[in-house]
Design a protein around this ligand. Structure first.
Ligand SMILES: Nc1ncnc2c1ncn2[C@@H]1O[C@H](COP(=O)(O)OP(=O)(O)OP(=O)(O)O)[C@@H](O)[C@H]1O
Ligand SMILES: O=c1[nH]c(=O)c2[nH+]cn([C@@H]3O[C@H](COP(=O)(O)O)[C@@H](O)[C@H]3O)c2[nH]1
Ligand SMILES: NC(=O)CC[C@H](N)C(=O)O
Ligand SMILES: [Mg+2]
Length: 513
């Protein structure tokens, strides 16, 4: 199939490029910037996009544009670092800029196929501290902003383009249109991609890989793994065995709800009680990364032992399926994303042991949550499950700062339940992307009924986001927060103070650990 090949130079937004292009109906795939010529050619490339990245082209060992890319003779678009590396390659000059540019800028554009159908001036989103100081021969400017005189450039033949801003982020007006123009006008590609094609393709792929073997699925009841459960059910029916692990780090009543939901869907699940085991392994551990690794390993141990127990009934189980999504991969910095920086180890990616007793199947490894929700809808997952807020695999363990204790779990479950219940009651649950409570292991002084109290603090977190990669704190009404805080302090023993988290991501992350 004709493909737009996106080369990854390590930007946190690389996958968004792929996704924007696919959203417009053109197939795109991601490869590392130093992929081999064969890997690129195997994809039938008809256009190349170079992503942004954290490096600077003038540093030693900076990633560069491989020669064979230019020899393919197909249109190339460089974004941010991609633009800078093209300029560098062709003999122009890129330098550290005296004025860094982060956030909005106004772009003024010339007539060009890349900007066809767009106004002459619009908002774009910038994130760079280097900038082009001199263009290579044969290149000229097609767009400028106040701080970037070379904000958009192209060569004379109209085969090589570069933009300093990020068309892939939603903060850039018409960014998706610019990418579409590049693919359809500059590269003359025909539409060839739909979400239903993706589902068909994955089903065929799973059947081909798995054959008549059994697959166990790590099912959390969350959106991602529930959609994987439906996909596997469609692809291999009873050969898929969903396993739900009760880690003891779940929300109040969560286990019962998951059992009930799958009963209604007519899919059998195996429930494993591993509460004690998780808690024992986490005893005395305070470091967030340590906790995540322990949880990742414990999950695998539990899956393995369960598969051994199922041996008699089902025979050998070779595969483990998970609902891993692309943000899990990006933030865990696994090997295929050499150029990206590590933020935190997601339990299901970097937290896995090196030697696994299973082959892993992750059909949504390159997708974002909202894409998975679309697939869930097509496959018939009920709305209330599709719209469930994301819940991390390490669960309450990353919402209890420091050591995880039984007492902290109980307090947090109760406080979290009140928060979520009130969000639902007040019609706010669907208006925020994710909301939860966090247990802080510090104590503060309070006064209740003339007595002095010295109790723990609960922090409330609610964020709005598109894909979990960036997020803003939700501006929940004060009266609402007031009501939740009052209920928590009155109803949850051991809590005498509630605070609300007002940091966005970045610079914070959504979870506290
Ligand atoms: N309690 C659990 N039992 C079994 N597998 C789990 C459990 N928790 C997490 N997993 C596995 O880890 C994967 C990643 O978890 P994650 O929370 O990102 O996805 P999810 O739970 O499927 O969806 P959501 O993000 O909406 O909660 C899951 O898709 C699932 O395969
Ligand atoms: O399954 C998961 N395993 C993990 O280890 C994990 N860590 C964070 N998250 C979820 O990912 C999104 C982004 O979270 P952060 O801003 O905290 O990185 C948010 O939606 C988080 O809830 C996880 N999900
Ligand atoms: N976002 C990017 O691609 C940044 C590129 C380069 N490191 C700069 O700061 O200009
Ligand atoms: Mg989850």
């Amino acid at each position: 199939m004709n493909t737009v090949v996106v080369l990854d130079y390590g930007s946190q937004y690389t996958q968004l490029i792929v996704r924007r292009v696919r959203e417009k109906g053109y197939y795109a795939e991601l490869l590392p910037w130093d992929a081999s010529k064969e890997e690129v050619q195997n994809l039938n490339p008809v256009a190349i996009i170079l992503s942004g990245g954290p490096a600077s082209v003038f540093e030693k060992d900076a990633p560069f544009v491989p020669d064979y890319i230019l020899e393919l003779n197909i249109p190339i678009l460089g974004i941010c670092y991609g633009l800078q590396s093209l300029v560098h390659k062709f003999g122009g000059i890129v330098e550290k800029s005296p004025k860094r540019e982060f956030g909005h800028a106004v772009l003024k554009v010339k007539d060009d196929p890349l900007f066809e159908g767009l106004p002459k001036e619009f908002d774009v989103w910038m994130s760079h501290s280097d900038r082009v100081e001199k263009l290579p021969e044969g290149f000229f400017v097609i767009g400028e902003s106040e701080n970037s005189p070379y904000a958009a450039i192209r060569n004379k033949d109209g085969t090589i383009y570069g933009v300093q801003f990020h068309p892939e982020v939603t903060h850039t007006s018409f960014g998706d249109k610019i990418l579409e123009n590049f693919v359809s006008k500059v590269a003359s590609m025909e539409k060839n991609w739909k979400m239903s094609d993706f589902i068909e393709e994955k089903i065929n792929e799973i059947r081909k890989v798995v054959g008549n073997d059994k697959v166990i699925l790590g099912l959390s009841g969350g959106v991602d793994s529930s959609v994987v459960a439906l996909l596997l059910d469609k692809a291999i029916g009873k050969n898929s065995i969903p396993i739900f692990v009760d880690t003891g780090l779940l929300r109040l009543n969560e286990r019962q709800e998951v059992e009930e939901n799958f009963r209604k869907l007519g899919i059998d699940i195996v429930v494993v009680d591993a509460k004690e085991r998780f808690l024992n392994n986490l005893k005395g551990v305070e470091d967030p990364e340590e906790k995540r690794k322990i949880i990742g390993h414990t999950f695998i141990d539990v899956f393995y032992e369960t598969s051994m127990k199922l041996l008699e009934k089902y025979g050998n189980i070779k595969y483990l399926a998970q609902g891993t999504l692309y943000p899990d991969i990006i933030e865990s910095k696994v090997s295929e994303r050499k150029a990206a920086a590590k933020i935190k180890t997601h339990h299901n990616v970097g937290g896995l042991p090196e030697k696994l007793p299973f082959k892993i199947i992750e059909p949504f490894r390159y997708l974002f949550k909202d894409e998975v929700r679309k697939i869930g809808k097509i496959l018939g997952l009920p709305d209330e499950m599709i719209n469930r807020h994301p819940f991390p695999g390490p669960g309450l363990a990353v919402r209890i700062i420091g050591e995880v204790t039984n007492e902290a779990i109980k307090i947090l479950q109760h406080a979290d339940h009140i928060f979520i219940e009130e969000l639902k009651k007040n019609d706010l649950y669907d208006k925020v992307w994710q909301a939860f409570a966090v247990f802080l292991p510090i104590r503060s002084v309070g006064v209740m009924g003339d007595y002095r109290t010295y109790d723990n603090v609960i922090a409330l977190r609610a964020v709005n986001s598109y894909d979990g990669m960036t997020a803003d704190w939700s501006k929940l009404p004060h009266e609402f927060l007031n009501k939740v805080a009052k209920r928590i302090v009155n109803e949850v023993d051991g809590v005498n103070r509630v605070v609300y988290d007002i940091t966005s991501k970045p610079p914070a992350t959504i979870e506290w650990e």
